[in-house]
Ligand binder design. Sequence first.
Ligand code: 8YV
Length: 336
Amino acid sequence: MRASVLVTRASFADIVDSLRDHFDVSDNADDTVWSQPELIARLQGKSGAITHGSDRIDATLLDACPELRAVCNVGVGYNNVDVDACTRRGVLVTNTPGVLTDTTADFGFALMMATARRIAESEHFVRRGEWQKTGRYDMFVGSDIHHATLGILGMGRIGQAIAKRGAFGFDMRVIYHNRSRLPADIEAASRAQYVDKDTLLREADHLIVVVPYSASSHHAIGARELSRMKRTATLTNIARGGVVDDAALAEALRNQTIAAAGLDVFEGEPEIHPELLTVPNIVLTPHIGSASVATRRAMALLAAGNLSAVFGYGKFAGQPPSPVNPQVLSHRASAS
Ligand code: 8YV
């Protein structure tokens, strides 16, 4: 009998259709926003799911969907999935690392540059027709990227790719802080120097946050951290809402404790802290760090490849390429 699977958000139709070769597929081509009870109802009786960052896969959902064997998340981050609860129930979780590294690093750099050079503020000024009325020689002066100090919080694949762009593309001094220091050859490849967190905050001209969300990274940048940054510094968050305390950030921007911020992710997104919408020195984007056509396709393909592999299909049959909790696979192998 064919397994039934659910694709929770609208995706590339040809990739969803390719799943129909092996599975009974339910999808969400209209991209309707499902409530949690609706997501649970649609997952009941399904053996696998392709999920997205907006889906919460928790213990309550798993208990209501005992047939579920695989949760294939589209995204490198998977803080929307309770991995321990999945592991305990023998549900494999997969993600999509690697394929989005450069696209997300490009975006992080673009957002940081837009923030430092006040692109959004000045774009709004032009659209309002104010240039003709009040243009000045010193309007929208920002801060330089080239030869400045780039601070990176979180030095995984994306952090390293951002470091290379800064060091080799813009002659920046690159400092980073991470849970653990990287091996010397990796530091050399990205010309990045390890520092403690306080040094990172104190010395960065542009601080970019790329650390995964977890209980230990919750509010890693809050009022205390913001107060240690330079008044001229910018902060860019492309990681996850909740790593930065958005209320504290809004206050720091209003008081000009720091110069400006670029945010692609928000606490409780798609809702946005109302005060972040009122401060001028900010660039806001709707969680589009990995959103190039090629990369979004690569992510969808990798998630589909993971799902197919769990059920013994496709080029990775039996060996999903990016398991988050591979112990589920070894447990299944020893049980069969
Ligand atoms: C995705 C992301 O947009 O990969 C991640 O962790 O945040 C983004 O690339 C998001 O996960 C969509 O589901």
